[in-house]
Structure formats: structure tokens, C-alpha cells
Design a protein around this ligand. Sequence first.
Ligand code: EPU
Length: 434
Amino acid sequence: MMDTRQNTLHISGGTRLTGSLKVNTAKNSVLVLMLGSLLSREKVILQDVPRLSDILVMVELLRHFGAIVEWQGSDLHIRADSITTCEAPYHLVSKMRASFVALGALMGRCNSARMPMPGGCAFGPRPVDRHIKAFKAIGATILEEEGDFVVSLEEPLAGRVVFEAPTVGGTQNIILASVLGQGEVVIENAALEPEIIDLATMLTQMGADISGAGTSVITIKGVERLRGITYRAIPDRIEAGTLMLAVAATRGSVVFEEVNLKQLQAVIAKLNEAGVQVLPLGENRLRVDASGSLKPVAVDATEYPGIPTDLQAPFGAFLATIPGTSTVADHVYFGHRFAHVEPLKDLGAELELDGNKLTIDGGQRHIGTAMHAADIRAGGALIVAALAAEGKSVITGLEYIERGYAQITERLRSLGAVIHRESVVEVVTGTYGD
Ligand code: EPU
């Protein structure tokens, strides 16, 4: 006998979102800060951590390595005074690509480590070749054995990494690997994303010697030890962006609290270009007001400081509500990240995908329907689209959506959305084997 559980999100669209919302701390930053905590033998407290399924996988991974990890309210207390194994288990790494960045942290604490190939969201090939080349460039020996990478360090890591193209996880991996030790490591063509700066900021406050984070050249001079710290990650610019696009798609007006305006600059500029009023209300608040007339735009998702690839799908869902021709191109994942296109067509959207570029003939009548989210950000797009459509949509694939959007049902309901989540238990009986 086997239970299969199919959770569904039910959205009756057409309600303008209004009110105010506090943005969570950034999932993609917290995941790596958790790995950074492995580099200290003292306690690290990460404040206001959203209980997303990806974060829970990372909690399991840290515990597997021997760290003591406890929740106190929404704070995560992590203590890694002894690392009991430097081998990452396939069942956790295969669930989440960010676990591959544990390799850098393990190299900081162990002379040898073992890491399976990573998993992650179900869109396209996401290789780790740049990570591996970079580790080798600073002196690590890496062999492949039965699908695992086996790493050993004979000398302190030192030297120069030149990424052929920027990689967020690759840059984080090299920073984590180089912080403890005696060598100096220089990263060229480093990723510029705010999550890199956040990692460097926390590690520097713990005693690391890192300069240049946020620029394309980062220098890390190894130090002997890191102190503990209490730290709060940056706001989640992807959660904020997705919800801003939801407000825009419903022609609503919402104040966002605890945002970082600079980190959202390109998104804000594009929304303004489309006619959405995004008004800063001081340093970390803004209002999104989409009650005026809107016009189609061209979106090009690129590395930071451009519009993030993680927002191209939600952008497409918003632009499908504006009469006229808009385009969305993804220059980070090329043609692989368009799992939202077919479900949006089912809703009534007129879309044409050519390679990495989506052309949208917006302003068609969208009528709620059943849709499946095949990855986190496709899920974000389906929510944006369903909120703006007429009638009821039922979205499956919540296991993806809930990797990236914390308490999405409650938060959207607080803005007036007609939304609820259903948990269905279907009992399937049968005989398996003898
Ligand atoms: N790439 C390679 N080889 C490598 C590494 C990357 O070809 O060795 C390619 C990737 O396939 C991709 C591009 O380079 O086409 C950029 O990948 P990057 O390494 O920068 O991405 P990542 O570190 O794996 C993080 C986020 C992603 C986000 C990307 C891009 C985390 C945990 N993940 O992934 O977030 O899309 O940066 O900004 O930080 C999400 O939150 O939904 C998500 C997928």
C-alpha cells in the first residue's frame, strides 16, 4: 500500500493586490551562509530564516557533516566545532544544486572530501565544470569515481582562478574553500551577484580577509580561524520581484517592506518602463502601483546587475497581461528555462518561443485552468498569471514552488488574493514484488 500526496494551490484570479508585505531573507543567500557557518568552530546564528524546503535540506546536510543545527523561532543556530564526515550523501545533494557549494566549505575543514554530482530544479543541463576547473587551478586534486568527485589537498590552496564565464555557485565555492589556510587566492571574472557580497560580508565579520566582493576580481587571503557571528541575510530580491510582478499583473498597489532598492534596480527600471509606478519610500521600502496605463517592453535576463534569470518567467506572465508585443530573453540559461510557456498557453496566452527568446502577444483573455509548475520560478510565473486571470486556476507542483516561496498562500491572501492550498491524500493499493 502506498500514499501519494498531491498538494494543489487554488487561485481565483482577477482581484487587485493591495496592502503591504515584508520581504523574507534571501533563500539563495541563506543556503550559502549556512555553508559558511561550517568554517567556524563557534556558534553562528542566522536570523529570520524562511522555512523553505531547500533550507530544510541544507539543515540536514549540515547535520550530516556533524554540525549541531537548531531552530530558535525563526533563527537558525549552527555550531560546527567538529566535522564528523567530509563525504556528502547523494540523497541530499541530488535534491538541491546548492549543496554542491558544500564542497568549498568541506575543503576549508578537511584535507579530502567526496561530493556527488548535484541535482536541482528540473530545467536543462546545469554542469559544474567551471567549479571543478577552478578548484584545480588553486591546487586541489580532483578525481571522478563512480559519479562522485573525490577531492584531496596536498598543499594550502593558492593561486589564480579565471572563470571563463561568471558562475554564482562557482565563485561561492572558491571563496569558501580559500578562507581558511595560508594561501592567497584571486578570482577573476567572479560573479557580481549580491549573494556573493553577502557571503563575503558575513565571513569578513567572522575574521576572514576577503576584498573585492561585488566586483569581478576577488582576493581571499587565508586566515587561521573564524569567529562565530549573529547575521541576517539580505532580502530576497527574487521573492520581492515575483510578488512585485504579481501586483503589477493584477493592476494592484502594494508597499513592500525590507527590500533592497539597489539590488532591485534593473527590475524597478523595467517595471517603470512598462508604466508601473515603483516609488521608493525611504531606504528599504517601496510602493508598486500599476493602476496607470501599461505598455509592452523587451526584457533581457542577464547576470547581476541585469534583470535576474530567476525573474524572467514571472516577467513573461506579467507581460502577457499587457496588450501589444513584449519579449523576454534569458541569456543565462539560454533555451532551457521556459517551463511556464505551455501552461500559460493553456490559460489563453499567445506565446512563441524561439531558442532563448519568448515573444508575447499580450492582452489576450486569460481564463483560469489547471497548470503544473515544473520548477520554482516557472511556479512563480504560474502564480502571477493565475492571480491576473479570470476564474479559477489549480496549480500542481507545489513541491517546487515551496522550495523558493515561503508561506505564499498566506502572504498573497494578506494582499487580498483569493487563494488556498489543498492537501489531497490518495490511497493507492497494489502489490509490489513478491
Ligand atoms: N554553468 C556552467 N558550468 C558551471 C557552472 C555554471 O556551464 O560549472 C552555467 C549554468 O548552467 C548557467 C550559468 O552558468 O547556465 C550560470 O550558473 P550559475 O553557476 O551562476 O548558477 P548557480 O550558482 O547554479 C544560482 C542560483 C540560481 C540562479 C543562478 C543564476 C542558488 C542556490 N542558485 O545558481 O537560482 O538561477 O545562480 O543567477 O543560488 C533559483 O533560485 O530558482 C535558482 C535556480
